[in-house]
Design a protein around this ligand. Structure first.
Ligand code: MV4
Length: 502
């Protein structure tokens, strides 16, 4: 049985994992870089080990340093969180070699799903629908031209070692095919050391819907329904919700079955996510499989009623899943907003710095997974995520109202944040109606961004109008005063025309 877990991560996810460990009576071990000496996960953990300089590639991404800390602390297992080494097959393999349980899938599964061409081939062999396109690496420009002729423009050229939008090119015109191929390959080579690319038919205005998966070491695999993740900015998810407003019971059943088939095809063990694209005719296509816990997992936890980290640890302990598929039912509606230290009015530039004041929302149906505190300095070395704000209510409408209330309560000073931008999203008609896809932010940029200026003008006007009302009130009082003195001169003198309202 796992008695001590080293969390090879930082920020909110490290604290989140440590909370489940504490509830399970498992000792938690933190690792921290120079910049994280005062971070909450270091204070929260039962033990903490310094692993080096602030830059990730000298600390959180250093396999040897993480393994060294695990050995020093005698941690029986490592939880990788998300990002960093969470989908690094070499790290999973090294843990196994060192006799340390990696809380996640095997190195082989991480490799297969990390290579998008092999992931597609696996899905095709399992009967899971994939986007029409190639099954193998595009080895020549001639091959590319024939493929494009076959499936038709527009197409997406994607890096096999990519994912999350990295190394991707949309090609709409014949004249751009070759240059786009060359650009995609050189970007992939530079970013991943692997320039294999494949082609997919471009799905216009898709939804980005993912299914949570759990698999144990006894061959059991279940899905925990969907998460709608279409509100994205530059491939960065901003708001997620479950259930998806697009979903129908039939679509959910079919996508859920295919997600389970996909996981069973690779004998998946652990928590994973199958990402799909869904078009406006409700056709769905496998996009990618993420072999880690997702940032947005809390909305599934709330609507399904499960602790996914506890499930991960129980699976790593060799236990059977705590639920059967028939036990999985959605209750209510949850949203997650990602609160970032960045400036939406300055192209979302990161805004690290000192947290002068923070008051997080509380009350019925509100959860915040965060790690900052008053006096904490958000470092510039890492993703500027401050926290995730999760709300739940019985219906989507009530959940929207609750998220707006919680965002209203959320006060942070000292750094710029995305809170105001998030509030605007929850006021946008398309979003409120649940009628949005992956183009939502660009389709509503006026309301979301220019709206601020208009709102500012409105606010200025409101202030001026209020001042005018004040002056008019003073004026009325003067006139009243003058009339009481019955002095004609005063009355005429005091009678000025109403100040014009703007
Ligand atoms: C696509 C697509 C449309 N057609 N593939 C891949 C990585 C993931 N983060 C988004 N990806 C997409 N792949 C085909 N064949 C649309 C997306 C997509 C997207 C693309 C560009 C900009 C924003 C996007 C948000 C969600 C999905």
């Amino acid at each position: 049985m796992i008695k001590k877990v080293l969390i090879a991560n930082r920020g909110e996810i490290a604290v989140r994992v440590m909370r489940s460990c504490r509830e399970m009576g498992i000792i938690s071990v933190a690792v921290f870089s120079e910049a994280d000496r005062a971070s909450l996960h270091v204070r929260y953990a039962d033990e903490a080990y310094f692993i080096g300089p602030s830059p990730s590639n000298e600390s959180y991404l250093c396999i040897d340093k993480i393994i060294d800390a695990a050995k020093k602390s005698s941690a029986g297992a490592i939880h990788p969180g998300y990002g960093f080494l969470s989908e690094n097959a070499e790290f999973s393999k090294r843990c196994k070699k060192e006799g340390i349980i990696f809380i996640g899938p095997s190195a082989d599964v991480i490799s297969v799903m990390g290579d998008k061409i092999s992931a597609r081939q696996t899905m095709i062999n399992s009967g899971v629908p994939v986007v029409p396109g190639t099954k193998e690496n595009i080895t020549s420009e001639k091959k590319l031209l024939s493929v494009v002729k076959e499936i038709g423009l527009p197409v997406m050229i994607k890096a096999s070692a990519g994912g999350g939008g990295k190394g991707m090119r949309l090609v709409k015109n014949e004249k751009d095919i070759i240059s786009s191929l060359r650009a995609a390959k050189s970007e992939a080579k530079a970013a991943f050391g692997n320039d294999d690319v494949y082609i997919e038919k471009y799905i216009e205005s898709p939804h980005h819907i993912e299914f949570q998966i759990l698999g144990d070491t006894h061959g059991n695999v279940i899905h925990l329904c969907e998460r709608e993740c279409s509100v994205q900015r530059r491939h960065q998810k901003v708001v997620e919700e479950t259930p998806s407003p697009l979903m129908t019971p039939e679509l959910r059943e079919n996508m859920g079955k295919d997600a389970v088939s996909a996981a069973k095809a690779v004998k998946y063990v652990g928590a994973g996510t199958i990402e799909f694209l869904v078009d406006d005719k409700l056709n769905y296509y496998f996009l990618e499989m993420n072999t880690r816990l997702q940032v947005e997992h809390p909305i599934t936890e709330r609507v399904i009623g499960i602790d996914l980290v506890k499930e991960q640890i129980n699976i790593a302990n060799g236990k059977k899943l705590s639920r059967k598929q028939n036990d999985i039912h959605q209750n209510g509606h949850a949203f997650e907003c990602r609160i970032y230290a960045e400036d939406p009015e300055n192209n979302f530039m990161p805004s690290p710095g000192l947290i002068k004041h923070i008051r997080e929302p509380l009350g019925l149906g509100v959860r915040t997974d965060g790690y900052v505190y008053e006096g904490y300095n958000i470092p510039l070395f890492y993703d500027p995520l401050i926290s995730k704000l999760i709300v739940w209510a019985k219906t989507r409408e009530e959940s929207i109202a609750r998220m707006k209330r919680a965002l209203h309560e959320y006060k942070i000073t000292g750094v710029k944040t995305s809170i105001k931008f998030l509030k605007k999203i929850f006021e946008t008609p398309d979003f409120v109606k649940g009628k949005y896809d992956t183009h939502f932010i660009q389709n509503n940029d006026e309301f979301l961004f220019l709206g601020d200026d208009c709102n500012q003008t409105c606010r200025d006007m409101a202030i001026i109008t209020a001042y005018m009302d004040y002056l008019n009130k003073i004026n009325e009082i003067n006139i009243e005063h003058a009339s009481v003195n019955k002095n004609e001169k005063w009355k005429n003198y005091g009678r000025r025309k109403n100040l014009q309202r703007l």
